[in-house]
Design a protein around this ligand. Structure first.
Ligand code: FAD
Ligand code: DLZ
Ligand code: SF4
Length: 515
């Protein structure tokens, strides 16, 4: 009798996948494989590989408990063919010759989607690609929204998503009569404020085996493997979400943009890695947050702010990615060519904000949004780092990183490499912003208030250097008009000194001198 094989990728760990719904538990099988090609297409952070492998192994058990037959290949199994296609080919040939159809849900990344499209010819069986039904807006819904628009701004897409899902809506109007409560969400963390550590799980035997494998196999990869504490099952991920909703969501909005010395977690949810691998379902997360508002457990500014990240930003960047790929990957509006400074891998810098964000990234495979955007991203933009290497870095270092979400955030939001397709202006800022939103500057060798000179905060002169460098293009942007007016009123000696200081700094970067 003919049967089917359903391929479940390492970021498709949900029993509700549309691909699983296409197979029959009695006759068909599921294939999962830990393979070299996926573990090394970039040199992922050690904790990211450990998380994905452990979550895959736990999901295998969940599938079996639900009645599926699973062919699972561990990384160090003898018959591991080390690529998804080769493993699929081998499994059909040696174990399941009656398989006449392979089913897979739409892969998250373009490179794999392109590869899957060639499987039918290579395997000589039918290959069916289903929707990735975990997303609330599918590719064609985004394309219909985007078609004919001059600008693809998240805010307008988000409003459509609110109407479509009726989340935080009453009588067809947004609850609280405003779509967006961000103006309430810009507080610095008060002095001596105590935050709660997030839920941390002790590795079980499955995770311990994976940790030992990663430790022995991926020695060259970036990141600290010790103190692994992430959830690796749906049940644990749900526990992280429940703690977030009861303990952190009530302050999520207020401190959404805050950063603090030795405080990597703050009031964020830390669920990106679970959403992106299928351990949590986005609509379910949104509904739970909405319920917290209606039951009086969290205020509107926090709930709306959190929901916007998932229903707005997350859905938007996914649609945006598929709408603009494959050309988007090579966008480089400013023709930036600088290679990454060595300290992006070592955290060996005197700039305290960068030191904090990079060492936390190395330790946890996590940094929160404002660290990624306004410290690491801002530095990459101001110093003209090449988008190719910046994208690769972000894809490597975060446990939640997949190209569909990483690339629009890096090339669009951070680097303005797409010339304004995603953002209306570059998110460039001087040290004053970092000082306003954090206490990093109090622990820094540089002086945030000084604009020029040996001790001046490098973000200050780099900011103006960036604006001067790109005056020709950026001064035409109405949203940049005010800042260029300020520049034109600045004393020419001061401008010259800032320029010189920035040139000296950039030369030091080039020569790999400590900055
Ligand atoms: P929270 O702050 O608690 O937010 C809740 C959820 O909202 C997140 O888990 C995420 O699913 C979603 N979300 C928030 N902001 C965004 C956004 N800008 N785009 C898409 N989803 C968003 N997110 C990733 O999931 N993977 C990435 O590879 C990634 N790379 C990024 C690179 C840069 C340069 C920037 C500026 C942002 C990036 N983000 C990425 C978005 C965001 O920083 C992370 O989703 C967030 O920090 C994850 O932590 P959290 O779960 O605690 O998020
Ligand atoms: C991220 C990742 C890693 C590290 N390893 C595997 C793997 O061994 N097997 C697998 O099926 N998936 C893995 N993944 C997730 C894939 O890279 C992901 O499915 C694609 O990038 C598409 O989003
Ligand atoms: Fe960062 Fe400048 Fe503040 Fe130092 S002074 S922490 S480099 S913003």
């Amino acid at each position: 009798m003919m049967s089917k094989i359903c391929v479940i990728l390492g970021d498709q760990l949900s029993l509700n996948m549309a691909s699983l719904a296409r197979i029959n538990k009695q006759d068909d099988i599921v294939l999962m494989a830990e393979v070299y090609s996926e573990a090394t297409y970039v040199k992922h952070h050690k904790k990211k590989i450990a998380f994905v492998f452990s979550a895959m192994r736990h999901f295998k058990i969940e599938l079996e408990n639900a009645g599926y037959t699973v062919a699972f290949t561990k990384y160090d199994d003898k018959d591991n063919k080390q690529s998804i296609l080769e493993q699929l080919h081998h499994t059909i040939k040696t174990m399941h010759p009656a398989v006449s159809e392979a089913v897979i849900a739409h892969p998250g990344e373009y490179r794999l989607w392109e590869e899957v499209n060639s499987w039918q010819d290579k395997l000589n069986i039918q290959v069916t690609i289903t929707e990735d039904n975990r997303f609330i807006a599918n590719k064609s819904a985004f394309a219909s929204w985007a078609e004919g628009r001059k600008q693809l701004r998240m805010e307008y897409f988000y409003r459509e998503m609110r109407k479509k899902t009726m989340v935080l809506m009453e009588d067809n109007k947004p609850v609280g009569d405003k779509w967006n409560f961000d103006s309430d969400n810009r507080k610095k963390l008060p002095k001596n404020h105590k935050t709660l550590p997030p839920d941390m799980f002790t590795p079980d035997d499955i995770t311990k085996e994976v940790l030992s494998l990663v430790n022995q196999t991926f020695t060259e990869h970036f990141g600290k493997l010790e103190d692994f504490h992430y959830a690796v099952t749906t049940e644990q991920a749900k526990q992280v979400l429940a703690s977030f909703i009861s303990e952190r969501l009530p302050l999520f909005g207020d401190y959404q943009d805050a950063m603090a010395q030795d405080e990597p977690w703050l009031y964020h949810s830390h669920i990106g890695l679970y959403l992106n691998t299928g351990l949590l379902d986005p609509l379910d997360v949104i509904k739970q947050a909405e319920h917290a508002y209606y039951s009086g457990k969290a205020p509107l500014n926090c709930v709306e702010g959190f929901i916007r990240q998932i229903l707005g930003w997350r859905e938007y960047v996914r649609g945006f990615y598929w709408y603009l790929m494959p050309d988007y990957v090579t966008e480089n509006y400013f023709n930036a060519t600088r290679k990454l400074p060595e300290f992006f891998w070592t955290a060996d810098t005197k700039m305290n904000c960068l030191q904090q964000c990079i060492s936390e990234t190395r330790d946890n495979a996590y940094a929160h949004h404002i660290q990624r955007l306004m410290v690491l991203g801002n530095f990459s933009l101001l110093t003209g780092l090449d988008p190719k290497w910046v994208n690769e870095w972000y894809l490597i270092v975060y446990a939640d990183a997949y190209e569909w979400v990483e690339l629009p955030n890096v090339s669009g939001m951070v680097l303005y490499a797409d010339g304004g397709k995603l953002a209306s202006k570059p998110y460039a800022a001087s040290g004053a912003y970092i000082n306003k939103m954090s206490n990093y500057c109090q622990h820094c060798d540089y002086k945030v208030k000084e604009k020029t000179g040996e001790h001046a905060c490098p973000f200050n002169y780099l900011y103006w250097h960036f604006l001067i460098r790109h005056k020709e293009t950026l001064s035409k942007n109405p949203r940049m008009a005010m800042i260029y007016r300020t520049l034109s009123k600045m004393n020419s000696d001061q401008v010259e000194t800032m320029r010189r200081d920035a040139d000296v700094f950039l030369l030091k970067l080039e020569n790999n001198e400590k900055v």
